[in-house]
Design a protein around this ligand. Sequence first.
Ligand code: MV4
Length: 448
Amino acid sequence: MFSKVLIANRGEIALRILRACKELGIQTVAVHSSADADAMHVRLADESVCIGPPAALDSYLNIPSIMAACEITGADAVHPGYGFLSENARFARILDEHKIAFIGPSAAHIEMMGDKIEAKRTARKLGIPCVPGSAGAVNTQAEALGAAREIGFPVLVKAASGGGGRGMKVALNEGELAVAWSTARTEAKAAFGDDAVYLEKYLGKPRHIEVQVLGDGRGNAVHIGTRDCSLQRRHQKLWEEANAPSITAAERDRIGEVCAKATRDMKYSGAGTVEFLYEDGEFYFIEMNTRLQVEHPVTERITNIDIVYEQIRVAAGEKLSLVQNEIQFWGHAIEVRINAEDPVDFTPSPGTITYYHPAGGVGVRIDSGIYQGYKVPPYYDSLIGKLIVHGRNRAECLQRLRRALDEFVVDGIKTTLPLFRRLADEPDIISGDYNIHWLEAYLAGTKK
Ligand code: MV4
């Protein structure tokens, strides 16, 4: 096992990782920008190193600074959290060259899944159902037209290096294809420095359902259920549930086993998320994320599995501590993301937290590093915490969410908490009848 883990992240996830390390008896190093000196995880870590000024490019994304912090502190492993360097194959490789473990999959797996065309090719080869689409990159307008005719309209042009929805363009018919293809290429080039694009059948009203997998790189792998992450705004998830409410236990086990087998067959090591669009009873693979995800606590809550503990174990070369037939699912969990944002127009709301009273009681978990007097810096993502509630079933879970939200007080800044209190009373939310467009339509006042 590792003796000292450097946590290359900030905010609630840095604290989450620190907690797992402490429970494993591992020493912790917090690295932070000058704007994060007062963060809770910095206070709780055994050691801390300031790695640069507020701008993430100069601190949390600054590989030489982080390598220097590893060297100074003698850390033997790095946990990258989510975002920042968590899916940076070059960072994983540099750590490897310095005999420091990257707590995550191999650089090769990160690279493969970072290329969406390669990821899809791999998924199909491993028996994962995919969205019908072009065989690979579509490099000319004529190729695009040929592929689109074969797929059938509407089609979606996607960036090979994409993710997060950037460089994505819909073409409803042949007349729209040329413009969609060329603007997608231009956007992809500008955003990712790579103009490769591919085509898929456009699904109009899917749910976003993902499968959490864990592998140990030695041919052992399990799935630990599904999550529905359809409630999002501009590709920012706001509300996540486990298991996905719209599918049966049999459907979950079937798609879960397909993903676990794929994880096993590619000798994947660590935590992974296989993302699907789900429409009319069918799953369609879109991407695989090779990192810990923001929404991992809902899965932890219904399975009693500590995902970060498993990540650390397998990165240290130990076998997975889990076998599929011992994994059980207990009730239902919902996570809502507490962002320092206006709950109506979502403008950022950094500043000092003048009063903090977190919810508590049975079935409530809060992952957050905030405290009364903490100053939310303006430089980073607005996520300041997550409220996770559990119930024996979805109805109980929703009622517990309402109860927890009624208790929760964060004063001094605006947060998304009031939005969730409203959502918890919406008939479509109560019935579980929503897709990836529902929240944006609701916020626009049109509702579906
Ligand atoms: C799609 C799609 C419809 N059809 N692919 C958006 C982000 C990217 N990672 C995948 N995305 C989508 N791919 C096909 N063939 C609709 C989306 C999409 C979406 C997906 C998941 C969650 C939210 C979304 C919001 C808008 C569009």
